[in-house]
Every structure is written in structure tokens, then in C-alpha cells.
Write a protein that binds this ligand. Structure first.
Ligand code: SAM
Length: 187
């Protein structure tokens, strides 16, 4: 079973303080099945370079872009064009939202999905423009944990191992050590 295209939008990135947590957010996005990663707040070319290097080594590179006006981006995605000329779905992760295990089965699976993750202060319009506000528990915690649990629940029946085929490095699951195939050695 495959699913729709998934994009993650990170709001309010602060270049001096957030590179590590935002990088982890993007790594979780890629590892758990997202195709695209959008960054709002401060631009961060170095962080994009780090993330590109992961895609080059392990496959399934994320499409990444900086978004100057995140509210306009969400509005366009949900009301006009999610990148293919038709409107898509947006789900905002917030501790104030609906319970995720009940909400996720109600999300449409026939349109691209934008998962919106907050930063320090989330503007009220984000709650309004996203069709879904979803809580991973109703307590404050981490955007990285919230995204991981959301994508795991969303992708329960979706096999994402295929998407990593073609990477230079392939990790072979092992119970007693690191087993890594370097496909450049095949050449
Ligand atoms: N104080 C901020 C605000 O004004 O909303 C929230 C800061 S929180 C560390 C950063 C982001 O983590 C949130 O915007 C949200 O996307 C995510 N997050 C934290 N706890 C969450 C939860 N229980 N459920 C869903 N998302 C959560």
C-alpha cells in the first residue's frame, strides 16, 4: 500500500538556537516517509546542506525549500494548490488538538498531506488554516517526538523500505553489529 505525498512545514526556525532540533525533525520526516521539508523562520543554507548529504548517502533525499510566508503557504496548500494544481490537506500538530489515534484515520488519503509543526509561538491563523489540529497527547513535549508518533501512526500499513533503495549506503538489520553495504564498491 502506498500513500499520498507528505510534506512537513517547520514554523519559526531560529538559526542560532534551533539547527539541531530542526535537523532532527527533518531526519525524522525523511526516515518515516515524508517526501518534502519546508522551513519557515530563519533561512538556513548550512542545515539544508547537512540534510542533502544524508539523502545522497542513504537515498530518498527530501525535497527542501525555504518558505518566507508560512501562513500564505498553508492557505495556498489547503485552498488552491498543494503542488499539483489541486488543494491538499494540512494537519497542525499541537497539544491543544484532537487525539491523534482518533483523528488520523479521518484524514483524507487521496490528497497530498502537509504536516505543520510549530516553533516558539504559533500564530492563531495556523489553527484556522489547517483543516486538522492534532495532539500527540495533550501535554507539551517535543516537535520531534510529535512528528515521529504522527508519521508512525499515519504510515502503519505503508511499507517505506522501498523508497530508500538506490542510496549509496544500505544498512542491513543485524543483531550483533554494524552491517553496511557501500554500493559504490559494486562499481
Ligand atoms: N509554546 C509553543 C506554542 O506557542 O505553541 C509550543 C512549543 S513546542 C516545544 C513546539 C512544537 O512541538 C509545537 O508547536 C507542536 O507542533 C509540537 N508539540 C509539542 N507538544 C505537542 C503535543 N502534545 N502534541 C502535538 N504536537 C506537539
Amino acid at each position: 500500500m502506498t500513500g499520498p505525498r507528505i510534506a512537513v512545514l517547520r514554523l519559526g526556525h531560529r538559526k542560532g538556537r534551533d539547527p539541531r532540533i530542526t535537523t532532527h525533525l527533518a531526519l525524522v520526516a525523511r526516515a518515516f516517509g515524508a517526501d518534502e521539508f519546508y522551513l519557515a523562520g530563519d533561512e538556513d543554507v548550512e542545515m539544508f546542506a547537512t540534510l542533502s548529504a544524508v539523502g545522497e548517502r542513504f537515498g530518498a533525499p527530501l525535497k527542501m525549500a525555504y518558505v518566507k510566508s508560512p501562513l500564505a503557504f498553508i492557505k495556498r496548500w489547503t485552498q488552491r494548490d498543494a503542488g499539483d494544481g489541486e488543494a491538499g490537506t494540512a494537519a497542525h500538530l499541537t497539544m491543544y488538538g484532537e487525539r491523534f489515534r482518533e483523528a488520523i484515520p479521518t484524514l483524507p488519503r487521496n490528497r497530498p498531506l502537509l504536516v505543520v509543526v510549530g516553533g516558539t509561538k504559533v500564530p492563531a491563523e495556523v489553527f484556522e488554516y489547517c483543516q486538522f489540529n492534532i495532539a500527540i497527547g495533550n501535554q507539551p513535549h517535543s516537535e520531534v517526538a510529535a512528528l515521529a508518533l504522527f508519521l508512525d501512526e499515519w504510515g502503519g500499513n505503508i511499507d517505506i523500505t522501498e523508497r530508500f533503495k538506490g542510496g549509496r549506503l544500505e544498512i542491513v538489520p543485524s543483531k550483533d553489529g554494524k552491517v553496511v553495504i557501500d554500493h559504490d564498491d559494486d562499481l
